[in-house]
Design a protein around this ligand. Structure first.
Ligand SMILES: Cc1ncc(COP(=O)(O)O)c(C=O)c1O
Length: 401
């Protein structure tokens, strides 16, 4: 059980904007005080670079930076060497597509889906175009889900890469990823998981999942912007050709030879986002203290509660009634989603309107755009009531025009 009253005190935005009903956590969560404090501590008390200095200040910064790696690794059940700090999910997933582009050739197949966020699909559109490999899309269920049955239809002996979302940012569906990974491995394919909506909302265990790579972002899990993670199996990270070369990633250099460090350092060229990583570590510890299971249960309960009430408003269509996460996606008949979202803003209710960086699923489902309310641990039933009431008012207002 989550004590929302207590949790809300951990999020300074809600102190400064007490009336705010923030229902756009799938885009970016609010930031937790311990992460803000950790970032502030680095800039106020440290400020030195990591891994480079022989002096105490640099040692202290390095210690905090590397401790964050431990905390993030623990959260997803990875080894610390398997956690590469990146700019976010987008750069983690792009890195993999970029690094594997050279290994793909005509005849090879990459599987993805129309349910993906652009950062999970576009890098593979480019990688397959440049390499001559074939890009295949999992046929989705009527509801727009990725299913094992659909996946089996596109999996072949030629499949080399599978790039899929764990939790859809549009519909909140949870992909049966473990079964899919098992099947992919039977064909010798590797799997890249977009966990941008999974790590911030539910327990994620990379060992159990057995994916080769996974990406997620700090700003969706109460942490800073500009920081995220590429998880990769250690032996694979150690074989990857880096996208970037620069400081602190090498063991030795001569005029014509570069000897790279072991992972994760070989993939973190240049000065990293030190404060961001330290903030992310604090956010990971906070999630652990709340319990990823509790987060999932709480957000799902709010989704169900809001859904039941929203469903009673005539003219509202809910697209993801069976989704088992805290994302509620809908439309109001005859009113553009942007009008509804703008109307709700007048009541300090923040929801997302548009295509949510996922054009393909909107095209596949015949939708122009949608409204998305996404819940987190600082939301409660009162937020849901206010949200539903405001949608009702918006509907009446625009119908009367
Ligand atoms: C499922 C999914 N994948 C990837 C991303 C991209 O994350 P970022 O913009 O933090 O790199 C998002 C962000 O909305 C997302 O929801």
């Amino acid at each position: 059980m989550i004590d929302v009253k207590k949790v809300r005190k951990d999020f300074p935005t809600l102190k400064y904007l007490p009336k705010l009903v923030y229902l756009d956590s799938a885009a970016s969560s609010l930031k937790v005080n311990v992460a803000i404090d950790a970032v502030n501590h680095y800039y106020t008390h440290l400020g030195a670079n990591v891994h480079r200095g022989t002096y105490q200040l640099s040692h202290d910064a390095t210690e905090l930076y590397e401790k964050s790696r431990d905390d993030v690794a623990q959260l997803i059940n990875a080894h610390r060497n398997e956690v590469v700090f990146t700019r976010g999910t987008t750069s983690a997933l792009n890195m993999i597509a970029h690094m594997y582009r050279e290994t793909l050739k005509p005849g090879d197949e990459v599987i993805t889906s129309e349910l993906e966020h652009h950062s999970s699909v576009l890098p593979w559109v480019i990688a397959t175009k440049k390499s001559g490999a074939t890009l295949k899309y999992v046929p989705l269920s009527e509801e727009g889900r990725i299913t094992v049955e659909g996946f089996k239809k596109v999996l072949t002996d030629h499949t080399k890469v599978v790039a899929l979302t764990y939790v859809s940012n549009v519909f909140g569906y949870i992909t049966p990823i473990e079964e899919i990974i098992k099947l992919a491995h039977e064909k010798g394919a590797m799997v890249v998981v977009d966990a941008a909506q999974a790590v911030p909302h539910m327990p994620v265990d990379v060992k159990k999942m057995d994916c080769e790579y996974m990406g997620f972002s700090g700003h969706k899990m109460f942490g800073p912007t500009g920081i995220g993670v590429l998880y990769g199996k250690e032996e694979l990270l150690n074989k990857l050709e880096p996208c970037e070369y620069g400081g602190e990633m090498i063991d030795d250099v001569t005029k014509d030879q570069i000897i790279l460090k072991e992972a994760p350092m070989r993939l973190e060229a240049g000065t990293p986002v030190i404060a961001g990583a330290i903030g992310l570590g604090a956010a990971a510890r906070y999630i652990k203290s709340i319990g990823a299971d509790n987060m999932h249960e709480h957000t799902l309960n709010l989704k169900k509660y809001a859904q039941e009430k929203l469903d009673l408003i005539p003219g509202v269509t809910i697209y993801n009634k069976t989704a088992k996460t805290g994302i509620l996606t809908f439309n109001v008949e005859g009113v553009h989603p942007h009008d509804i979202a703008t109307f709700l803003d007048e009541y300090d209710i923040d929801i997302r309107a548009g295509k949510h960086c996922a054009y393909l699923i909107h095209q596949a489902m015949g939708l122009q755009s949608t409204l998305r309310a996404s819940f987190h641990i600082y939301n409660d039933e009162k937020d849901c009531d206010q949200f539903v009431e405001a949608v009702r008012k918006a509907k009446n207002f625009f119908s009367a025009l």
